[in-house]
Design a protein around this ligand. Structure first.
Ligand code: ADP
Ligand code: MG
Length: 259
């Protein structure tokens, strides 16, 4: 076997696909620059590491199952001046995950709760944390299906392996008794093990409403949830509504000038 074939086979055995792919280019560049053998190897290894890191971020983002792509860089903080930007940026550094603390984003529909939540979740993925996004209804449904199919253990194991679980739209739909119990069980399991990031339109005082009117269940849950919690209130007008009003006005103006 010639040298080239041997090297290809070794790099394949060692599972170093980027080194294999980039080897000719880096070799040429290093020889032109008169770089040392050590420098050549270092550059190749660096490319392999960078590629792997990018791939694992991609994988974590895919596994998180975010419904859409949202980033903090696209969030207009000026639209919600009462939201503390510094605190949001601080949360994006993900220390709360290390501390197994929770985050609750509270606000009316359309103020940007899901946007901020997904942006924080994606940042957590980039920082190496395992994240999973659910809507409250979707999570209740996953429990329902798991129970029917006796897959509950698998679902709970899956949860245990996560660093951050996001539950969006808590309180939008009232849950029936069984769903409320599932969700209660789920949140209890996360207590001090997995961070939770919840978004809700309801103040804590109204949480019994979410849990089938059961004050005791809601109280016990809040007690655990708020033991270590960062609460962010987003107060403002619906961004969605404002955007569509602006769009309609622009359209009306354009229609007027074209006629
Ligand atoms: P909520 O979850 O509070 O109902 P969303 O996060 O779904 O609201 O926001 C509704 C839409 O408006 C989304 O497309 C979101 O990206 C956008 N949006 C909301 N607030 C802002 C903001 N401050 N800057 C940029 N886009 C925003
Ligand atoms: Mg939302």
């Amino acid at each position: 076997m010639n040298d080239q074939l041997l090297l290809t086979s070794y790099l394949k055995t060692l599972r170093l696909p980027t080194m294999l792919r980039e080897c000719p280019t880096v070799a040429r560049q290093c020889s032109e620059a008169d770089a040392s053998y050590a420098m050549f190897l270092q550059q190749l290894a660096e490319l392999e590491v960078q590629h792997r890191q990018a791939q694992s971020i991609e994988r974590r983002i895919k596994q998180a199952a975010f419904p859409v792509v949202k980033e903090l860089s696209a969030f207009d903080f000026a639209a919600v001046p009462k939201l503390n930007k510094k605190r949001v940026l601080e949360l994006s550094r993900c220390q709360f995950i290390e501390q197994r603390a929770n985050v609750v984003l509270n606000g009316a529909p359309g103020v940007g709760k899901t946007h901020v939540a997904i942006a924080l979740g994606r940042e957590a993925c980039r920082r190496g944390y395992k994240v999973r996004f659910f809507t409250a209804a979707g999570l209740a449904n996953a429990y329902h299906e798991a129970r029917e199919e006796r897959h509950l253990l698998r679902l709970e194991n899956h949860i245990r392996h996560m660093d951050l679980i996001m539950v969006d739209e808590l309180g939008y739909l009232p849950l029936d008794r069984t769903a409320a119990e599932h969700l209660f069980g789920f949140f209890s399991q996360c207590y001090e093990q997995t961070s939770l990031l919840l978004t809700t339109n309801l103040p804590f005082a109204d949480w019994p409403q979410i849990f089938a009117g059961d004050e005791r269940m809601a109280g016990a849950l809040l007690d655990r949830l708020t033991h270590h919690v960062h609460i962010l209130e987003i107060i403002g007008d619906s961004y969605r509504l404002n955007a569509s009003v602006t769009r309609t006005r622009k359209q009306a103006k354009a229609d007027k000038t074209s006629t």
